[in-house]
Design a protein around this ligand. Structure first.
Ligand code: SAH
Length: 231
């Protein structure tokens, strides 16, 4: 993104019109070079307010939905946030300047490797990554102040709400998975607040996310594979 690239500002103006009011969130979006997170053929569309295809049949989320979910999380500067579904890494990169640490989990190793390279290039040192099934959460690092699901679930599993601090907020697209194209809204972005007695739940806006899948995809075995990942 060159200094004379006005596309991030135009994007932020569009987000304002759509009701994103949190100045810190708008600034985080404005400063995040989305062209680094999209595939080369889509570089010209990097600042369009749309989702775009990425590797492994996944998508980089629409900037509006990223901004909306980020705003709904009500993030404070000292918070530790868990994101499930790193994908391109764009959502994690937007969260990064707003909090103390982002923990992000992805089940497709090639996507995770690319996202890690982007975090390194952008010096986003407070993002830590994990390859694995995010439906299990990250028990070693729990509890979290905030949890964001970047893929759709039919229902939020207890395993995840249990990894939320009391008073903590979880935001997730809840509803059936879709493969019917982006015109049909099939999930409701849902906010859950962990209270002393249980969970308070609020439906926010209709959204379309790729489905959360359990387990990790089979990978071809290499001869001298390092065993850094135990799961
Ligand atoms: N936040 C991403 C959105 C990527 S789409 C971005 O800004 O680009 C959702 C991602 O969730 C996909 O990459 C998909 O592989 C991943 N995903 C789906 N189920 C998962 C699971 N159980 N654990 C971890 N990642 C998962």
């Amino acid at each position: 993104m060159s200094l004379h690239d006005h596309r991030p500002i135009a994007l932020v103006m569009a987000l304002r019109k759509q009701g994103i009011t949190d100045a810190r969130v708008l600034s985080a979006v404005e400063r995040c070079p989305r062209e680094m997170f999209v595939e080369e053929p889509f570089a010209h569309s990097a600042y369009d307010n749309t989702a775009l295809p990425i590797a492994c049949g996944q998508t980089i989320s629409q900037p509006f939905v990223v901004a909306y979910a980020t705003q709904a999380l009500e993030i404070g500067p000292n918070m530790r946030i868990l994101e499930i579904g790193t994908g391109s890494g764009y959502q994690a990169a937007v969260l990064s300047p707003l909090c103390r640490r982002v923990y992000t989990i992805e089940r497709h190793r090639p996507l995770l490797r690319e996202a890690e390279a982007r975090f390194k290039a952008l010096k986003l040192d407070n993002i830590v990554t994990k390859h694995g099934d995010g439906l299990k959460g990250w028990p070693e690092q729990a509890p979290f102040d905030r949890i964001l699901l970047s893929a759709a679930v039919e229902e939020v599993p207890d395993t995840l709400t249990e990894q939320l601090k009391p008073g903590g907020i979880l935001v997730a697209p809840v509803g059936p998975a879709t493969n019917s194209g982006v015109e049909s809204f099939s999930q409701l972005l849902t906010k859950m607040i962990r209270t002393e007695t249980g969970l308070k739940r609020e439906a926010l806006i209709p959204v379309v996310f790729v489905p959360m899948m359990s387990g990790v995809p089979q990978e071809p075995r290499k001869l001298h594979e390092s065993s850094d990942d135990k799961d």
